[in-house]
Structure formats: structure tokens, C-alpha cells
Write a protein that binds this ligand. Structure first.
Ligand SMILES: [Zn+2]
Length: 168
């Protein structure tokens, strides 16, 4: 069932699956592609302007963890490990929250959400995640923070340059 989706920059598109639209290149994520291989695609959803936040999505359309092929399983953890390493070394991110669910209209993707001091007022652990994301979306869209988020994307792109996630 196609749905109308309004992008962060105000453009509106009709897609069956937002992950398919993003990973196939039909929609260009704001800030650009951080990394991609034949199986996976890494980008940031700037609708939630948190520096260093990363979304890792499969290119293939499926929903559940047990649908990953053997090759994809290996590449998936290799990529998460590499991204996490770049978040730490280049952006100084000490802790990351990972969020993934199978009950979604977008296909297989995991959120890697950096944990910053300001998030503590929303509590800790899983229950703080939604309030944190909403706070960022509604209150952190100022020019200075947006610039910082885009800069974070560029720094991560640099870190991922030349990386080959699908070779053992
Ligand atoms: Zn899809």
C-alpha cells in the first residue's frame, strides 16, 4: 500500500517502503549517504537532529533478524562494529543506544543513537528513547545544531571511506 511521506526538507514522495526508497537511491537522505555496499546502506535521519546518530538498513526488503542470509549476518555485525568505532574515535561518543524492531512498515534497519548528557533528564534505558528523539525533532532544529549534525555526517563519511564491509 503506497504511502505519502513528507521528507525532512519538505519534499513529499509516495513510496511502498521508505527503506527501499532510501537504500535504492530514489530518495537521497539529507546529508548524503554515509556508507553503502551491495547489501547495506548507512545514513542519518536528520528529522532527528542528533550528532552521530546513524541508521543502518539492509538493501533487500525483509523485516526479521532471522531472515538475514549468512553473508548478511557477517556483514551486519562488521558494519555495526565499524560504525561504532568511528563514532567513538572521531566523534567522542562514549555510549550508544541501539533500537530495532520487526513490527514496522519500513524494512530491516537499526538505529544507533548516541547517548549525550542532555538526554539524562528523559530517564535512562529504553523508555527514554522516544522522548529523546521527539525532543531532538521538536526543539533542536536550530541552525547551529543542524550544522553540527551535518558535520557529524561528514566526519563519519570520512571514517567509512575505503572500508569494505563485505569482504572477510
Ligand atoms: Zn523495503
Amino acid at each position: 500500500m503506497p504511502r505519502q511521506i513528507t521528507l525532512a526538507d519538505g519534499r513529499s514522495v509516495e513510496v511502498d517502503c521508505l527503506s527501499c526508497a532510501l537504500t535504492s537511491g530514489l530518495i537521497a537522505p539529507t546529508g548524503g549517504v554515509i556508507y553503502e555496499s551491495s547489501n547495506f546502506h548507512v545514513h542519518q535521519d536528520v528529522a532527528y537532529p542528533i550528532r552521530g546518530l546513524v541508521i543502518l538498513a539492509s538493501k533487500r526488503h525483509f523485516y526479521c533478524m532471522d531472515e538475514l542470509t549468512g553473508e548478511e549476518q557477517f556483514e551486519y555485525i562488521t558494519l555495526i562494529h565499524k560504525i561504532r568505532n568511528e563514532q567513538r574515535n572521531r566523534l567522542g561518543i562514549d555510549k550508544v543506544y541501539y533500537f530495532y524492531n520487526e513490527d514496522t512498515t519500513h524494512h530491516f534497519h537499526i538505529w544507533m543513537v548516541p547517548r549525550y548528557e542532555w538526554m539524562n533528564k528523559f530517564g535512562k534505558s529504553v523508555e527514554s528513547l522516544r522522548p529523546v528523539l521527539l525532543h531532538a525533532r521538536n526543539n533542536m532544529n536550530d541552525e547551529e545544531n543542524t550544522r553540527s549534525v551535518i558535520e557529524g555526517i561528514e566526519i563519519l563519511k570520512d571514517g567509512m571511506r575505503g572500508f569494505e564491509s563485505n569482504t572477510r
